[in-house]
Design a protein. Structure first.
Length: 379
């Protein structure tokens, strides 16, 4: 092998290694321009590598960002520095984006600095979801007990109202009818609460998530979202998800319905984007064991509605939390439960005209190992 071909081979291997990293990595030249980047950096900054190379680093990060000072410090001292929990929202993708920064000099290339970004949001959201799962077990037990205890007196109240209706005057029958209607409404609400107490294992099989999303899109376009434009950004090579077909339709139909209601019927430019992607490197520790499960399948529902109020974001998946005047606040709680039962996680990122619900799921494995199966619960 000639020297030139050996160097070319090394460069190819280096590029492959950089692009295999799940974290964004950029190389900054002495004049502040981006000289190179990996695929993860393209996704983070939402720009191709040729486009990134045309820009100065200061044009891609917020004004006065600590990253700019860190790059100068590393270039001046020649030592590696780290900074944690830095907000690196980009002009093309505003909103809080907390990252850990790792900045190091390249001794072989004087003046060049390499920067690696590690987003904190996924890890922190995973931790928060696992905390919610532990707390949910107590709530589920309470819901089951209350559902049983509430239904018995409601049955007696409704029966008494029906007896009164038979002998009541015409002007009073509207009141007995009101009692019956309201008790029926409470029973329906209790029935929905009982879903949370259903701890039976979910029957799962290999499911093509694109078939699920296509069904959801058709249902939406023929009903509640007929006035909204749908955009599909799918990865056609995505492997099957290990899940329940009907339950997944329920999940994404609810997310799309919420998106449509957030946009509103009067909107003329309403848009819902359905996207899928394979994100390697996302792993979650299963509660109650040391097993770490890979969650590489990402499905997103994004809308251009007004966004979720900031004060509701930490409680968005809690029961009875809703912004709808007539909503029960159980839809997103049930959605979260179904995704948790599948061994996945769901989170929301919201800002005006860009609200994204992101679902991370395990893939189907035909080797007998079923990822995402929850371990036996301990009492």
């Amino acid at each position: 092998m000639t020297t030139a071909s050996a160097i070319a081979s090394i460069d190819t291997a280096s590029d492959a290694m950089m692009n295999a990293l799940p974290h964004p990595v950029i190389m900054v030249a002495g004049d502040g321009k981006i000289s190179d980047a990996n695929v993860a950096a393209e996704q983070f900054f939402e720009a191709s590598i040729p486009m990134l190379r045309r820009h100065q680093l200061r044009e891609l990060v917020p004004f006065g960002s600590p990253l700019l000072a860190l790059v100068e410090q590393v270039r001046r001292t020649g030592t590696t520095v780290n900074e944690y929990k830095v907000d690196l929202a980009t002009p093309r993708n505003p909103g809080e984006r907390l990252v850990d920064l790792y900045v190091a000099p390249l001794a072989e290339f004087p003046g060049q600095v390499i920067v690696m970004l590690q987003e904190r949001t996924i890890a922190e959201k995973m931790d928060r979801q696992l905390t919610h799962r532990s707390a949910a077990r107590s709530i589920i037990a309470l819901a089951a007990m209350l559902a049983h205890e509430i239904k018995n007196p409601l049955s007696g109240i409704r029966g008494a109202a029906q007896l009164l209706e038979q002998s009541a005057a015409d002007e009073d029958r509207s009141l007995t009818r009101l009692i019956c209607d309201e008790t029926d409404r409470i029973v329906r609400l209790v029935d929905r609460m009982e879903v949370f107490a259903d701890e039976r294992p979910v029957e799962r099989e290999p499911v093509n998530i694109h078939v699920v999303l296509d069904r959801v899109k058709k249902l939406a376009e023929s009903g509640f979202a007929r006035h909204i434009t749908f955009v599909e950004e799918y990865d056609p090579s995505l492997p099957p998800v290990y899940g329940n077909h009907d339950h997944l339709i329920q999940v994404f139909l609810n997310l799309v319905k919420n998106a449509a209601e957030a946009i509103g019927e009067g909107a003329t430019d309403g848009e819902i984007c359905l996207s899928t992607a394979f994100r390697s490197g996302v792993r979650l520790q299963v509660p109650g064991s040391k097993t770490r499960v890979s969650l590489p399948l990402e499905v997103c529902v994004r809308d251009n509605g007004p966004g979720v109020p900031e004060d509701l974001m930490p409680h968005l998946f809690d029961p009875f939390v809703t912004t709808k005047p007539s909503g029960s606040g159980l839809g997103l709680s049930l959605t979260s439960k179904i995704i948790n039962d599948h061994g996945g996680i769901i989170e929301c990122e919201s800002q005006p005209r860009r609200t994204t619900f992101r679902v991370l799921m395990p893939v189907y494995s035909d080797d007998g190992d079923r990822p995402g199966d929850p371990p036996p619960s301990s009492s």
